[in-house]
Structures are given as C-alpha cells and as structure tokens.
Write a protein that binds this ligand. Structure first.
Ligand SMILES: Cc1cc2nc3c(=O)[nH]c(=O)nc-3n(C[C@H](O)[C@H](O)[C@H](O)COP(=O)(O)OP(=O)(O)OC[C@H]3O[C@@H](n4cnc5c(N)ncnc54)[C@H](O)[C@@H]3O)c2cc1C
Length: 473
C-alpha cells in the first residue's frame, strides 16, 4: 500500500444506539466495553483501522465470528477491528480451491461449498468465524477422515504490524503460513482472507448411539478402546451429559454407507448395550445440521454466560478418571454442564507434530469441560465446577490444551497450546511482529523470563533452544 489507507467502514461508538449489540460476543461473562467497533469492508479498512489504533496508542483486537471462548476479540477501552463484513466465499472454476473473506462463518462456508459438491473439514457450530477457527487449528465433523482445517489451508493474506498487506503461501512467507496453521488468532497480523483446498463430499452415515448415565464408565471405556483402532473414516464425539438427562452419547459422521459402518461399530455395541442406536444415511449437509442440532442451545446462541476448558489425553482413561467424570456430572451447576470428547487419531495423525503449528497430532482424545448458564449469580459455581473437574482430571492428561478453547484460568497455557512448536512460533513472532503489536491475554510472546518458563512448565530442552535464540532472559 503506497498511500495510507483511509477507513471507510462503519464505526460504532459508545454513543451509538447499536453499541450494546455491536460489542456483544458469544461469551457474555467478560462484558468488555470497547471504545469503538470498526466494521471493515475490505483489507484497506483493516489496515486503516489498525494504523489508526496504533497511532492513537489504543489497545485493539480483531474480531471475526466473536466465538472466542474467553471473549479475546473484544478489548476494554480499545478498538474492535471487526472483519465480519469480509464474508465472501469464492470457489475457483473447478471448485478445487476456495478463498474466504476472514469474516465468513462456518455455516455459510458449509452451505456454499455444498452447492458445488465439495467441503472443508471444520467445526460444528455454524456461527463460528473462520478466522479464529482456522488460525487455531479447526477440529470438527470430519477431522479424523480429513484432518484438521489447517491441513487444507494453502494461503492467507493479512495486515501485518506495519499496517501492510502480506500474503503467505508455500512459496512466499512460508513460515508465516506455517504459524497460521494452528498458531492461534490475534498473534501475527489481522487476516483478511484465507485460501483452502476443497475436497468432494456426498452422502455420509450419521450415528447417534446413547447409553444410560449409569453406564457412563463402561461406555466411555469401550468407546475409547474402539476409538484407538477405529477406521479413519469414522469421526466420533463422545458427549457426557448431567445425570438428570440420563444419557451419554457418541455422535458423529462416518464417510461411508451404513452397511460399511455397522460391522465397524459392532464391537462397541457388543461391549456395552446401548439404550438407543441411530444409524442413518444422509447428505453431508443434513449431517452438519443434525450434529449442530444435537449440540444444544449454546452452540447456536448469540451470547451466553459460559466457560470451557480443554485438556488433551493420550491414553485410555482408567476407572478412577472415569469415576471423576461421573461424579462431576451427578449434580453439576447447570443443566447445560457437559464433557465433550473429540475423538482424535485418523488423518489428524497423518501429519507430524512439527509440520504445522497445530501440535496435537498424536494424542487419542481432546476433552472439553464446558458449562453455560443464564444468571450472573451462577457464575461462581459454574467456574468452580470447571476448575474442579479440570484439576482432578489433570493427572490423566498430557498437560496439552487446545488453542481454540481459550480458558484464562489455565496456568500452563503457552506450553499446553504449542508444546515443541513454541520456539519456532516465537521466531515467527519476531519476524512479523517485532514490537509485539498483536497482544492479548494468551498471545505468543516475543520473549520469556526463566520464571515464566517455569510457570508454563516448559521443559529444559526447549528452554535451551529459547536461550540460544535469545528469547529466554
Ligand atoms: C459454541 C462454540 C462451538 C465451538 N465449536 C468448535 C468446534 O467444533 N471445533 C473447534 O475447533 N472449535 C470450536 N469452537 C472454538 C472456536 O473454533 C474458537 O473459539 C475460534 O477461535 C472462534 O473463532 P471466531 O472468529 O468466531 O472468534 P473471535 O472471537 O472473533 O476470534 C478468536 C480469536 O482470533 C482473533 N481473530 C479474529 N479475527 C481475526 C483475524 N481476522 N485475524 C487474526 N486474528 C483474528 C481474535 O482477536 C481472537 O483472539 C467453538 C466455540 C464455540 C463458542
């Protein structure tokens, strides 16, 4: 950009009647009040908004779908640089590649691609913005059969720390592309568009297999052994609900026919008798809608009071761990408290841990302890529930945590998100954001102190690498 870009989008300030709506994001608990929200129409607006915030010395955050679990896309007394109007979705002529504006939502993406018989494997909630989602990894409905969303990302254009546009692909700025494949939102620049490879998709088999709450232990035990060797075309979630719902369920999609699925699922059904089995062929887009509907109110809510916390698990849970989960679901603080388990493996493990910034390739399961509720008076007991289940389960987990489930209460977050990819991510940060312009509560830092490295639980071997690069002081 040779001349300074001029902002031409809509600016909503605190005096504007639409301010309350404009500052709203999915998680209502942090309740941040920004100075202004700038709706960007194009990349020039993003650059202008960023330059303006920097010139005024104001904190800022980019916002796409506003689904950061910790509301990191809204800053108190700062500027929200909202990219939601950048929501174009354009397929190339043979539909093998798609370019999204960084404000496109997953629901719109699934629907548009479906019209051309293709898809990308992404998350299960239609209102999630693609920017936060893909930058953090993107796990969901086809992860085991096709890998996380980042494995399909081949290009990203962003406004960098100087307010200039930079396009990263395999040939140019490939280290930035690597970092954007799971290195987390709000770290290196403000993305304006993403290019991904698509793949054909047609009919799938949807399954929803439920057991009684009293069978939680045996059902999860059987499920995790089944998962460990499951055909990679099977994409299962395990949902553990409060006892009052008398249900645990594995829900998901198999890329194949019911005839192909039935023998594959038989060992699981034989291990613990389910209370209900639904196995149905349907179009992929119907399956997307069905999984979304099964997710409950929070998945489609515009704004809720919520807390979620992620933990990565690399081996089947023992009886003690299963009892801990069961106990926490007997009388949880909300009827919407639950434990969601993403089945990992399959194509997630097809790439090495260091091939992309998304490091959690080799593990068995990603847990999410999550709860949402209506009244501020219930904040404390819901937060306490998440803290309790997380703490008691800690000894059964790797210490890893998923970048896209930001929980500001997790102490070792920096190591948990990135593990051995941390030194390279800090190197990319130095190259593209040498002054640390892009910052939030869980952003990749330029450097660390020894005390911080201890607090994050960074192993000595990695600390040596950081010391050698001058990033540990
Ligand atoms: C109900 C619900 C369901 C979910 N389901 C899934 C799921 O199935 N699978 C899964 O993997 N995850 C899931 N998530 C997590 C979701 O992927 C992350 O919260 C994701 O970061 C949300 O992206 P967003 O753009 O909507 O969020 P935002 O709040 O807009 O942004 C998230 C982060 O990215 C930054 N950011 C936003 N826009 C940009 C940009 N243009 N450039 C650079 N940084 C930017 C923000 O500043 C913030 O730090 C779910 C979350 C919710 C609340």
């Amino acid at each position: 950009m040779s001349t300074a870009p001029v902002f031409g989008g809509r600016i909503v300030t605190r005096l504007d009647p639409s301010y309350e709506e404009a500052r709203q994001v999915w998680n209502a608990v942090p309740d941040h009040r920004p100075l202004e929200i700038r709706y960007c129409r194009d990349a020039q607006d993003v650059a202008a908004a960023l330059r303006d915030a920097l010139a005024r010395g104001l904190p800022f955050a980019a916002r796409s779908g506003g689904h950061s679990a910790a509301a990191l896309s809204v800053v108190p007394d700062g500027v929200v640089i909202d990219v939601s109007p950048l929501n174009s979705i354009s397929l190339d002529q043979d539909a093998s590649q798609v370019t999204f504006g960084s404000g496109a939502t997953l629901g719109a993406i699934y629907r548009t691609l479906w019209e051309s018989g293709v898809t990308v494997p992404a998350g299960t909630c239609p209102n999630i913005g693609v920017a936060g989602h893909v930058l953090g990894g993107g796990l969901g409905i086809l992860s085991r059969s096709r890998g996380p969303l980042v494995d399909h990302l081949i290009g990203v254009t962003m406004v960098d720390a100087r307010g200039e546009l930079v396009t990263a692909d395999e040939e140019n700025h490939s280290d930035l592309l690597w970092a954007c494949r799971g290195g987390g939102g709000g770290n290196y620049g403000i993305a304006t568009s993403f290019t991904l490879r698509t793949q054909p998709i047609a009919d799938v088999t949807l399954f929803n297999i439920t057991w009684r709450f009293d069978d939680l232990g045996p059902a999860v035990k059987a499920w995790q052994s089944w998962l460990a060797d499951a055909d990679h075309r099977i994409n299962p979630f395990m949902m553990l609900y409060p006892r009052e719902q008398d249900m645990v369920a594995t829900v998901g999609v198999m890329e194949g026919t019911p005839d192909a699925f039935e023998p594959l699922v038989k060992p699981l059904l034989d291990a613990v008798e389910p209370s209900e089995v639904v196995i149905e062929p349907m179009s992929f887009i119907q399956a997307v809608d069905t999984v979304e509907a099964l997710q409950g109110e929070a998945a489609v809510a515009k704004s809720v009071r919520a807390l979620g916390s992620s933990a990565i698990i690399d081996r089947p849970l023992d009886d003690r761990a299963l009892e801990t989960l069961r106990r926490h679901l007997i009388d949880p603080p909300s009827h919407r408290s639950e434990v969601a388990i993403y089945g990992m493996g399959g194509k997630i493990a097809a790439k090495g841990r260091e091939e992309t910034a998304f490091v959690h390739r080799t593990e068995l399961m990603a847990f999410e302890y999550r709860t949402d509720w209506d009244e501020p008076a219930d904040d404390e007991k819901n937060v306490a529930w998440v803290r309790s289940v997380r703490q008691e389960m800690a000894e059964h987990t790797t210490g890893g945590t998923y970048t896209n489930t930001v929980d500001l209460g997790v102490e070792n977050w920096l190591w948990g998100y990135y593990e051995e990819n941390l030194p390279r991510l800090m190197g990319v940060k130095h190259r593209y954001d040498p002054d640390g312009v892009f910052q939030h509560a869980h952003s990749v830092p330029l450097s660390l102190t020894e005390a911080e490295a201890s607090r994050f639980g960074i192993p000595e071997q990695i600390r040596r690498t950081l010391r050698a690069a001058g990033r540990l002081t």
